[in-house]
Design a protein around this ligand. Structure first.
Ligand code: AMP
Ligand code: ZN
Length: 133
């Protein structure tokens, strides 16, 4: 998509610190500067989120996620967190599917698990609503 910032990065029209790239995906540093090594992994094809991502494209993205995660362990990190927002109600701000990858080290002081509000909805009600046939 012409105006999409991540499409532009994938086409090398907008600069980015490109960490890895293959025919279908790329991985670059997030500009937020909020965590050491915060990276984004995207499909080169424009899909707006996980919700409209076809399975083949998702497979390509996850292969790159695995490749980058393994690379992080070789660079001295002990683990990674993966984060994704799909849909504006979920907090997605850039409408091109991306996985956030955060390299982790013991004692790095990061708490990447969201603080959740709690719920009073009984588990059985939720189960009946969400169970897949
Ligand atoms: P989300 O809120 O999950 O859609 O995340 C979007 C992310 O894209 C944010 O963490 C931004 O810092 C990041 N971002 C936006 N523009 C750029 C850019 N030009 N290069 C790298 N990261 C970007
Ligand atoms: Zn795009």
């Amino acid at each position: 998509m012409e105006s999409c910032i991540f499409c532009r990065i994938a086409r090398h029209e907008t600069p980015a610190y490109m960490i890895a790239e293959d025919a279908d995906t790329c991985c670059f540093l997030d500009i937020a500067m909020d965590a050491e090594g915060h990276m984004l992994i995207i499909p080169k094809k424009h899909v707006s989120s996980l919700l409209d991502c076809d399975e083949e494209t998702l497979g390509h993205v996850l292969q790159m996620v695995k490749r980058v995660a393994d690379h992080c362990t070789r660079c001295g990190y002990g683990g990674v967190n993966l984060l994704n927002a799909s849909g504006t109600c979920a907090g997605q701000s850039v409408p091109h599917f991306h996985m956030h990858l955060l390299p982790r080290k013991s004692g790095d002081g990061m708490d990447t698990w969201p603080t959740l509000p709690g719920t009073s909805t009984p588990l059985l009600d939720v189960y009946n609503k969400l169970k897949m046939e």
